[in-house]
Design a protein around this ligand. Structure first.
Ligand SMILES: [Zn+2]
Length: 191
């Protein structure tokens, strides 16, 4: 995702529908995408989405080195696709940013398949390795990084931590593996 410095006004033509989908603060009309507000254009070239954000102060944009919160979208054997939403303190970014975690950047211990580390819907905390070209390149290698909240894939209940790599469902007893952050938010009460 990248930001164009040019300020746009409501009803300004900002793109055509062949190029982008309209995101926040944008709408499609007669084949054009127009701005619904005064603000700056934000382009997500991965999701091919153009948005307009309010110009209040500086837009808050994820940068290399930041620790961020993201939600997992899709997981393949060697790559996970996420939406980066906020910094580690929960301060929301000006828009939704696409990010990826490659298998080699997921853990300091050996993982054969990323599907053993993340599942869609997991909330992860990750470090931005690079923001130069989208999507954001992320790492969850450090012990403090990884999954901080996950739901049971059988019943949807929030999973609780059992040990350093294992979660247990308090409702149905299902056991699941993740690359957990050391501060995974819920610790088991079952001793
Ligand atoms: Zn369950």
């Amino acid at each position: 995702m990248s930001r164009k410095e040019e300020l746009v006004l409501p009803a300004d033509k900002i793109a055509v529908i062949e190029e982008f989908f309209p995101g926040d603060g944008a709408y499609a009309l007669n084949g054009d995408i127009r701005s619904a507000r005064v603000g700056y254009k934000i382009i997500d070239s991965v999701l091919r989405k153009i948005s307009v954000i309010h110009p209040h102060g500086k837009p808050f944009i994820p940068k290399t080195g930041m620790i961020v919160l993201a939600v997992v979208n899709t997981v393949k054997e060697d790559i996970a696709f996420v939406d980066v939403l906020a910094d580690k303190d929960g301060k929301l970014f000006s828009g939704k940013y696409s990010g990826v975690v490659h298998l080699s950047q997921a853990s300091h211990t050996y993982i054969k398949n990323l599907e053993e580390a993340f599942k869609p819907g997991d909330i992860i905390i990750a470090k931005i390795l690079s923001h130069k070209t989208p999507p954001l390149q992320l790492s969850t290698k450090h012990p403090t990084l990884g999954v901080v909240a996950a739901a049971c894939s059988k019943c949807g209940e929030l999973l609780v931590r059992k040990d350093s790599t294992t979660l247990v469902c308090p409702r149905c007893g299902n056991i699941e593996k993740r690359k957990l952050a050391s501060n995974y938010m819920i610790k088991t009460r079952i001793v």
